[in-house]
Design a binder for this molecule. Structure first.
Ligand SMILES: [Zn+2]
Length: 302
């Protein structure tokens, strides 16, 4: 079986846009950014599920951000086996596309950032990172198009691309090549993890606390009408049930993502949850799960 070293997680950027989309009206530009992020993530998720089912032995590292020589680069997925490293740039493009003079267009004629360029950049930078760590493991890099409704016209024979109907065969090939996990492979994976950056800097859209809708957002359907009934919270739209503790902790996470400069206090979280829980309940949950700093009404939580 494949061993997943780093699981795919939604990026803070996606989470931020998702949260905002549920609590305010997004501009068309921000809406498009959000939909593209979401679609990209869904594609990566689809591919990561497929790689987990590979029967061979190897290590999988998803979603890596590195910096080499002051150049940041991101890798969607790496599979390490004894012989080589497979590097994947995952794309969830949908529709008819064509290549012309190394440029990628969506029909009729909308230029899209060519993932082949992203791929060769990532491959070259990864090779330099590996060399700096003392490895010259060969890299097998490909752009992987996961959406079955994707078509690419005028594709040359020799481009490093895996089309939707080739994924299965490719993963079988990877599986047959992967026999066992060695300590050398583990060392390499550990070194790469050490170098990995966790901060993803990005431009935030404009938003202010006052203009956001308060309340508990349902984790299943994304709507806001969650009410607290006795010991559980129930979503009015889809009926999803969750404990108040979960609901409050999720809300705190969202609050911190959107407002890293604001302090987590009982009053703030009470307001952020839209008064669904009493101050007493909020205080009890915060005290249990965070460290309280300060006293009385100046208390905040870390
Ligand atoms: Zn719901």
């Amino acid at each position: 079986m494949m061993e997943v070293i780093t699981k795919l997680q939604p990026s803070p950027k996606l989470l931020l846009f998702e949260s905002l989309s549920r609590r305010m009206h997004l501009s068309n530009k921000d809406k498009l950014t959000y939909l593209n992020l979401k679609k990209g993530y869904e594609g990566e998720l689809l591919f990561s599920k497929l790689t987990e089912n590979i029967t061979g032995e190897g290590l999988i590292l998803n979603d890596l951000l590195f910096e080499y020589n002051q150049t940041a680069f991101q890798i969607d997925c790496l599979i390490i086996n004894q012989a080589k490293i497979f590097l994947y740039e995952v794309k969830n493009f949908e529709g008819d596309f064509y290549l012309e003079n190394e440029k990628l267009f969506k029909k009729p004629r909308q230029e899209i950032l060519n993932p082949l360029h992203q791929l060769s950049r990532a491959e070259s930078l990864l090779r330099q990172v590996l060399l700096s760590l003392g490895y010259n493991t060969p890299i097998d890099a490909s752009v992987i198009f996961v959406n079955p409704a994707f078509t690419l016209y005028q594709a040359p024979l020799d481009i490093p691309v895996i089309f939707p109907n080739q994924i299965h065969r490719h993963l079988e090939f990877v599986s047959n090549q992967s026999t066992s996990i060695t300590s050398n492979m583990r060392r390499l994976a550990a070194k790469l993890l050490d170098l990995r950056k966790t901060e993803y800097p990005f431009d935030k859209p404009h938003y202010a606390y006052e203009e956001l809708k308060k309340g508990i957002v349902c984790p299943t359907c994304g709507r806001g009408a969650v009410n607290s009934v006795k010991r559980s919270c129930i979503c009015e739209s889809c009926g999803h049930k969750e404990s108040p503790t979960n609901a409050v902790l999720r809300s705190v996470k969202e609050f911190r993502l959107l407002f890293p400069e604001r302090r987590v206090t009982t009053g703030e979280i009470y307001d952020w949850c839209g008064g669904v829980f009493s101050k007493r309940t909020v205080h009890r949950i915060l005290s249990k799960h965070f460290k309280a700093v300060g006293v009385n009404r100046w208390t905040y939580f870390e």
